[in-house]
Design a binder for this molecule. Structure first.
Ligand code: DSN
Length: 411
């Protein structure tokens, strides 16, 4: 920090304050995590100085021989970790990865079937406000109204009606295991390609605590910073036959030079994800999530789909006469960070939705287990029962701070 403190004390102070915020709060944002010092070191390295348009051995700049090795490591480790034929490690983000995958797999105007954003899908799965929704002809499947889970019979029925060129599986707010083999058989029935966006669950897949989509999908996209606990970036895995199209769709199709410091940080993350300690972490993420769900449910909070199989819980706050914005703000005052979220068939608007999303990756990475999760569940319930009671919330804030002191954010 010394040199940034001298050069730019304002930004230096912001970094210090943000680190203190992260240390002093219980972060339950399902899509966030904390990275290791090794990942941070790669991201903050001189590899950021290098332009390397192209791919290893076929660059448009001189001086790429060293960074080529970093990209080779990242690609081969990604393939080994997930059992894929080919990996592209240049997409800057998950949305960039998805855009590249669409561009490789289908043509503008083609029909696509993907999960409804309001039911747990993602903006880049063809939402009207996203470029993806403007370029392709997306149709969206809901979850079942009965059990709030993906209904493959309904997906099949829609697939026969829509005749999609591509089916997209994967979600950003879905707490249950996704049956990728089931999606594959539907895609085969209607002659569609299958793409899986596993951004949320990639770390669980890497650790074997969620079924892998890799053997079933033509292309799998993901971010690397959620449960996978790596740098902020995208990753595309594909079958051999898609290799050239995917690589061309990323560069030069949608991006210029790759961010080589981020490529190297991906390589570090993939190596870390091959370890026993990562597998232990991933198992604990799910255990913590299931336990937290049980505590909240026993306390009167209705969980969408009745529970969770993964790292996240989607809660229906109407069961406590609350809306997502009020719950998010009250919990935030207590130092418990969540995000308001639409729930399936939500009658309320996105800025005042009926639900909130809660995830356990960050607290698990910090080393929190059964005892802390029990306490966190109790504190959440106490805040939700008393969202206007500032004294009580301040008391909880002090307890959160005390608990957080025992669990580092640098790993
Ligand atoms: N914004 C991410 C999430 O929170 O799930 C997805 O891109």
């Amino acid at each position: 920090m010394t040199s940034i403190q001298q050069t730019d004390p304002e930004i230096a102070a912001i970094i210090v304050r943000e680190e203190a915020r992260q240390k002093g709060e219980v972060n339950l944002i399902a899509s966030e995590n904390i990275v290791s010092d090794a990942v941070l070191a790669a991201q903050g390295s001189v590899l950021t100085n290098k332009y390397a348009e192209g791919y290893p051995g076929r660059r448009y700049y001189g001086g790429c021989e060293v960074v080529d090795e970093a990209e080779e490591h990242a690609r081969s480790r990604a393939c080994e970790l997930f059992g894929a034929d080919h990996a592209n490690v240049q997409a800057h983000s998950g949305t960039q990865a998805n855009i590249a995958a669409y561009s490789a797999l289908i043509s503008p105007g083609d029909p696509v079937l993907a999960m409804d954003l309001a039911h747990g899908g993602h903006l880049s799965h063809g939402a009207k406000v996203s470029l993806t929704g403007k370029i392709y002809n997306f149709h969206h499947y809901p979850v079942s109204q009965q059990d709030e889970m993906i209904d493959l019979d309904l997906v099949r029925k829609m697939a026969h009606e829509v005749s999609p060129a591509l089916i997209v599986a994967g979600a950003s707010a879905y707490p249950r295991i996704i049956d990728f083999a089931g999606f594959r058989s539907i895609a085969d029935e209607v002659g569609a390609r299958l793409m899986v966006d596993m951004a949320h669950i990639a770390g669980l897949v890497a650790a074997g605590v969620h079924p892998s989509p890799v053997a079933h999908a033509d292309v799998v996209t993901t971010t690397t910073h959620k449960t996978l606990r790596g740098p902020r970036s995208g990753l595309i895995l594909c079958r051999k036959k898609w290799r050239k199209k995917i690589d061309s769709a990323v560069f030069p199709g949608g991006q210029g030079g790759p961010l080589m410091h981020q490529v190297a940080a991906r390589a570090v993350c993939f190596r870390e994800a091959m370890t026993d300690s990562f597998r232990d972490y991933a198992r604990q993420v799910v255990e913590n999530s299931v336990q937290l769900g049980e505590i909240l449910s026993a306390g009167g909070l209705r969980l969408v789909s009745g529970g969770t199989d993964n790292h996240m819980i989607l809660a229906d706050l109407r069961s406590m006469d609350l809306t997502g914005d009020i719950a998010e703000a009250a919990l935030g005052r207590a130092g418990i960070v969540v995000n308001m979220n639409m729930i399936p068939y939500d009658p309320a608007p996105p800025r005042r939705p009926s639900g909130m999303r809660i995830g356990t990756p960050t607290v698990t990475s910090r080393g929190m287990g059964t005892a802390e999760i029990t306490r966190i569940g109790e504190m959440i319930l106490e805040v939700l029962r008393n969202p206007q009671d500032q004294n009580r919330i301040e008391g909880i804030r002090a307890q959160v701070r005390e608990m957080c002191e025992q669990f580092p954010t640098r790993i």
